[in-house]
Design a protein. Structure first.
Length: 289
């Protein structure tokens, strides 16, 4: 099947990706609750880097071809930014839990739409600006500012969402100059170097069972990325992207079932508003694309 025309398979792969990444988030929450976040993310990145180097080595031209970039500075910024974003998001999991963190993080497609103008020079029409505004009302529903119970830690996943949105826009920008394989290679290798420079100072001995969980974390990371690559190979991104919201549902389910988190009504309402606004912006992008 040629790339970009098997939407049904693409949707199935995106849902599978969401399941795997939700499992990864649950394991991250467990390990980061027991050990330092930087160390957990560092070990995960070592495996990720080995994974991307292995994939690059098997392609035509090998590692050198994958590493060849016409925008090395932006590729470096992308790699560092994603590693930092993962550290911020995992910190959010340990402080806020999976339910609330993912509900706030779901705003990142709206941030992509809002920032695509200043960063990429794309035109954002009034309908999408309206959807962005509605989406942020949903975020306020989740955060509950002004009700006397606002948790400042709720800003953590929002910061992660801003970082991930900028990472996504930089990825979209370098796609004009570099191949997907090149961006993937730089994401894994630069991220691993950046997080190792920080994480190596926070090394802690781990128990045997937690090394098994760490192994599971590394495998889910590699599997999730492989599924995502396959997803974008077989279907158009605009057709499958709405199904990425399933990760929020699956991660919230893990939070409730495994960690005993509560599903509050304001989070449910806010998340529904954010997702609806995000789906509308994706639909508008597809209409204009």
């Amino acid at each position: 099947m040629s790339a970009g025309n098997n939407t049904r398979l693409g949707i199935a792969l995106m849902i599978a990706t969401s399941v795997v990444f939700a499992g990864q988030d649950g394991i991250s929450r467990h390990l980061a609750g027991e050990y330092n976040v930087y160390m957990v993310v560092m070990i995960r990145y070592w495996f990720f880097a080995a994974f991307v180097i292995t994939i690059a080595a098997r392609k035509a031209g090998g590692v050198l071809a994958a590493a060849r970039s016409s925008r090395p500075v932006i590729q470096t910024v992308r790699g560092v930014l994603l590693a930092a974003e993962i550290c911020v998001m995992v910190t959010g999991f340990t402080i806020l839990g999976l339910v609330e963190s993912h509900a706030v993080f779901a705003a990142y497609p709206l941030l992509v739409a809002a920032l695509s103008g200043p960063i990429l020079g794309e035109r954002v029409g009034w309908r999408r600006w309206a959807a962005i505004g509605v989406g942020f009302i949903g975020v306020l529903f989740i955060l509950k500012p002004g009700l006397g119970v606002f948790n400042p830690a709720a800003v953590i996943p929002f910061i992660a969402a801003v970082m991930f949105a900028i990472y996504g826009l930089l990825t979209r920008y370098v796609a004009r100059y570099d191949r997907t394989e090149t961006s993937f290679f730089w994401t894994g290798t630069v991220g691993a170097v950046a997080i190792t420079i920080v994480g190596i100072w926070f090394w802690e001995p781990m128990t045997g069972p937690d090394w098994l969980w760490m192994g599971a974390l590394c495998l889910t990371g590699a599997t999730g990325h492989w599924l995502l690559i396959r997803c974008y190979e077989v279907a158009e991104a605009s057709a499958v992207q709405p199904f990425a919201y399933f990760q929020m549902v699956f991660a919230a389910s893990v939070g409730i079932a495994v960690f005993g988190e509560a599903l509050q009504i304001n989070v449910m309402i806010g998340a529904a508003i954010v997702v609806a606004a995000g789906l509308f912006t994706l639909w508008r992008e597809r209409q204009q694309g």
